[in-house]
Design a protein around this ligand. Structure first.
Ligand SMILES: Cc1cc2nc3c(=O)[nH]c(=O)nc-3n(C[C@H](O)[C@H](O)[C@H](O)COP(=O)(O)O)c2cc1C
Length: 442
């Protein structure tokens, strides 16, 4: 079923949730989001953050372009306490596209300039410098290289010939990638980021290994084997940790594929997640000194609606998008309940448009998470945090419409932003994408 977003009040959404038998918490106001909290060792003035959003607008050498700089300056002015910088490749061959950002010795100064500018903009506009997290990633199966490295075979993905490319990484290659993680952590610290996210979500290499049940050898099979690469990457990054530079992670707790191919999937093949392994992993992270994380769900290449509930996208999901919002909320809440000592930022609020702030505040008030990262909303309305903190909700004329256009741009490896709210910059890229579709040159 496909639902048009026609809700005019929180009450109408609540009624629909009750028809669907799901719960989405809404607060009366957004004041819970203005409460200070500590994330990655820093006391922060609010509980809002911009989620990592790949912009496919780097220079050829992986450094930020003028367009990248302007995106992040806008976010820094926007008032969220956390700016979670998009996925940055740990090596040339692991880039998701020719224009994905990549941090190297040679372009370190450009990333340093990004950190300096973001802090200055934040200080000038809001009186505080946002916490700057960088996301380090190996795109694995989704790398734009001749032979991408996969974790192991996943029939849910490989029925699409596009994702049949590549070959499983050898154990030795995985060891080398662990070292790359350490190097990216070192460079990120030198660039001036406050934290590095060892990414394990959305089907990329570290996330795919978490469900590599049929992979032989040290990096597959049982829980210990499947989590080895991820834990080793964290350990490698930890060697670079200082009081001012912390290690965090964005962990996908449910892939949306049936068992045995999905991480966090229930063995009976049902659609409901089974979070026993993700919860065990979260507990182990906490025991290893990772006290601040972001949690997410789904694989946007295949189970897009699980990661980002939408109105319009590549396929029509067989559920109401509200069920997607509720699933993330419930799953993150379960991990928070199991591990109250873990400070957790949740994901996936943008479908709720103007009501997303009340949802984020409701989730915090209900103890389901400690704060919220906003993805598509941050592209549509980089001021969303200041709007929510001052008026309770983002300006209805500026909100994300969950139209999926940003998703189309990123898949086409074209500079990505909000076509609806920022057509001056991004409409030409959408036109280019449509032209390629028509010509069959996609
Ligand atoms: C265009 C686009 C780019 C994205 N890039 C990243 C990324 O670099 N890293 C990541 O972890 N998630 C990425 N995501 C997922 C978002 O961070 C977020 O989890 C998702 O959009 C759901 O949040 P929302 O409902 O607030 O949009 C991306 C999503 C979109 C639409």
């Amino acid at each position: 079923m496909f639902t048009k977003f026609s809700y005019r009040t929180v009450g109408e959404i609540a009624r629909r949730c009750s028809e669907l038998g799901i719960e989405i918490p809404f607060a009366e106001d957004a004041s819970a989001l203005a409460r200070e909290f500590v994330f990655c060792g820093r006391r922060l003035p609010n509980r809002l953050g911009s989620a990592p959003m790949e912009g496919a607008d780097s220079e050829h050498d992986g450094s930020p372009s003028p367009l990248t700089f302007s995106r992040y300056r806008a976010l820094a002015r926007g008032g969220s306490a956390v700016i979670w910088f998009e996925a940055v490749a740990v090596s040339e061959e692991s880039r998701s596209s020719h224009n994905q950002l990549g941090l190297t010795e040679d372009n370190l100064s450009e990333f340093r300039r990004h950190c300096d500018e973001a802090r200055e903009e934040g200080l000038k506009a809001n009186g505080f410098a946002p916490l700057l997290v960088i996301q380090a990633n190996h795109s694995g199966r989704y790398s734009d290289s001749a032979i991408p490295l996969t974790a192991w075979s996943n029939p849910c993905l490989e029925k699409n010939p596009k994702y049949l490319r590549g070959r499983p990484a050898t154990d030795e290659e995985l060891e080398r990638i662990e070292e790359l993680q350490k190097n990216t952590a070192r460079l990120s610290r030198l660039a001036g980021f406050n934290a590095i996210d060892v990414k394990a979500c959305h089907g990329y290499l570290a996330a795919e290994l978490l469900s590599a049940r049929s992979r032989p050898g040290r990096y597959g099979g049982d829980y210990e084997g499947r989590t080895r690469f991820y834990k080793n990457c964290i350990k490698a990054a930890k060697a670079e940790e200082t009081p001012d530079f912390r290690i965090t992670t964005r962990l996908g707790i449910y892939d949306g594929f049936p068992y045995p191919w999905g991480f966090g999937a229930s063995e009976d093949g049902g659609r409901e997640p089974d979070l026993s392994e993700p919860s065990r992993l979260a507990g182990e992270l906490l025991a290893d000194g990772i006290d601040s994380v972001c949690l997410t769900m789904g694989n946007p290449y295949v189970t897009t609606h699980v990661t980002r509930p939408y109105n319009s996208g590549a396929y029509v999901p067989d559920e109401d998008p509200l069920e997607g919002v509720a699933r993330i909320c419930r799953g993150v809440g379960k991990i928070k309940k199991d591990h109250p000592g873990l400070t957790i930022l949740s994901s996936g609020p943008s479908f709720l448009r103007g009501f997303s702030g009340y949802y984020a505040a409701g989730a915090v008030e209900s103890g389901l998470c400690d704060g919220m990262l906003f993805g598509r909303m941050s592209l549509a309305c980089p001021d969303f945090a200041n709007d929510i903190l001052t008026r309770g909700e983002p300006d209805p004329k500026k909100v994300c419409m969950a139209c999926g256009k940003c998703g189309e741009l990123i898949r086409a490896h074209l500079p990505t932003g909000c076509v609806v709210r920022n057509p001056e910059v991004y409409l030409k890229y959408l036109r280019e994408y449509e032209r390629r579709l028509k010509d069959g040159t996609k």
